[in-house]
Design a protein around this ligand. Structure first.
Ligand SMILES: [Zn+2]
Ligand SMILES: [Zn+2]
Length: 387
């Protein structure tokens, strides 16, 4: 028996019913705690980090979350518990089944809707559009990447090349309608004979019948197939974006073009970086009291790696600096957003007696001239309360 899996909410330190925002925040917190960069060669932290990632992947995806809430692990992992949820095995890589009922509903939603029905059954029909989603790491979204995804779609039958006729056989003129696709029905009623034409049921209005249907596709010309596709995800995609990938939906009928694949993009938060205004990056930079007062050369983490920066003397807590063009690529444009970092001053804790005395001595040597903001503030208060 494998080790008990921990509940995803428990992994992120959340209660069931946590909001999207809570989940994002909890993930950031946990990922920061166990990030491998912070715990090199720590197998335990690595395992925890994986667990946190897995929990986030499910809980951040509304469809997967719903399945998990309803069925537990069996709802999101077809291999879990053997059997339960196994019907979804063929759809690995998809997410977007939330709210659907049985497998038939799923098939209908994927292969039924979308294509407009032409009145002429022989006219080319465009293939159905598909929807899927992918989850990217923060860096993958910033820099672009290649991603393998599984797509289940209708494809032209390779055995009959989409004709629906078995090898060696061909289509022939429908004997019922003689190729017109319409039949005339005369009904005798007490009010007289009524003639009506309707689509021929034998040939479905096409005017031809297949003598010997292709056994692979049962004469339909298309078969359902799950394929693996490597997609080029462009740099700069953001959480919530939808990519339209032309021609990767279901194949068309009667020579019609293929549908498109609509790919919803989800981006995992990063423990250090944040995306702001879509293409800017924002980070905090902890510095010491002395660095802020004296100025210092610091190294700022950016998505390209570390950049060295001269913090000026007398930098105040919360000051925001900008590194131009160090953000994320702006879609197709040949330019990038900016990198912002905000200085956070870490006040030293746990000082020993000697250190405290030194700091006190230093503090005593300062005058109002060194603390302009503070003295100005107390001047204002004095002003306010004089009377
Ligand atoms: Zn076939
Ligand atoms: Zn017919």
């Amino acid at each position: 028996m494998a080790e008990e899996k921990r509940d995803y909410y428990e992994v992120l330190g959340l209660q069931k019913g946590a909001s999207e925002d809570d989940i994002k925040k909890a993930f950031r917190k946990q990922a920061r705690l166990y990030h491998p960069d912070l715990h090199p060669d720590d197998k335990d932290a690595e395992a925890k980090f994986k667990e946190v990632n897995e929990a986030y992947e499910v809980l951040s995806d509304p469809a997967k979350k719903q399945k998990y809430d309803q069925f537990g692990f069996a709802g999101v992992d077809p291999n879990y518990g053997g059997g339960a949820g196994g019907g979804f095995g063929g759809f690995g890589g998809f997410s977007g089944f939330g709210g659907f009922g049985g497998v038939d509903d799923i098939l209908n939603s994927f292969f039924g809707g979308g294509a407009s029905r032409s009145s002429n059954p022989n006219a080319p029909r465009r293939g159905e559009d598909l929807e899927s989603s992918i989850t990217l790491d923060f860096m993958e979204a910033c820099k672009g990447c290649q991603k393998e995804i599984k797509i289940t779609r209708m494809e032209r039958c390779p055995d009959c090349n989409g004709t629906g006729a078995a090898a060696g056989s061909s289509k022939k003129t429908c004997p019922d309608c003689h190729g017109s696709g319409r039949v005339r029905i005369t009904q005798n009623t007490p009010f007289g004979a009524f003639a009506q034409t309707s689509a021929c049921s034998k040939c479905g209005g096409t005017g031809t019948v297949i003598e010997n249907p292709c056994p692979t596709c049962s004469g339909r010309g298309r078969i359902r197939k799950t394929i693996t596709k490597t997609l080029n995800i462009p740099a700069g995609v953001y959480d919530g974006a939808q990519l339209q990938i032309r021609g990767e939906g279901s194949h068309g009928l009667n020579g019609g073009q293929s549908g498109d694949l609509f790919l919803g993009v989800r981006v995992k938060p990063d423990p250090i970086f944040e995306r702001r205004n879509t293409y800017d990056i924002w980070t905090e930079l902890p510095i010491t009291y002395a660095q802020a007062a004296l100025g210092d050369k610091v190294s700022v983490p950016t998505i390209d790696g570390k950049v060295s920066f001269e913090i000026p003397e007398g930098t105040q807590a919360g000051t925001e600096f900008r590194l131009r063009g160090k953000g994320v690529k702006r879609g197709n444009r040949d330019e990038r957003g900016d990198h912002y970092f905000q200085v956070v001053i870490e006040v030293p804790k746990g000082l020993n007696k000697n250190q405290k005395e030194l700091l006190q001595k230093f503090e005593d040597s300062l005058t109002d001239k060194n603390y302009k903001k503070r003295s100005g503030f107390f001047d204002k208060i004095k002003e306010k309360f004089k009377q």
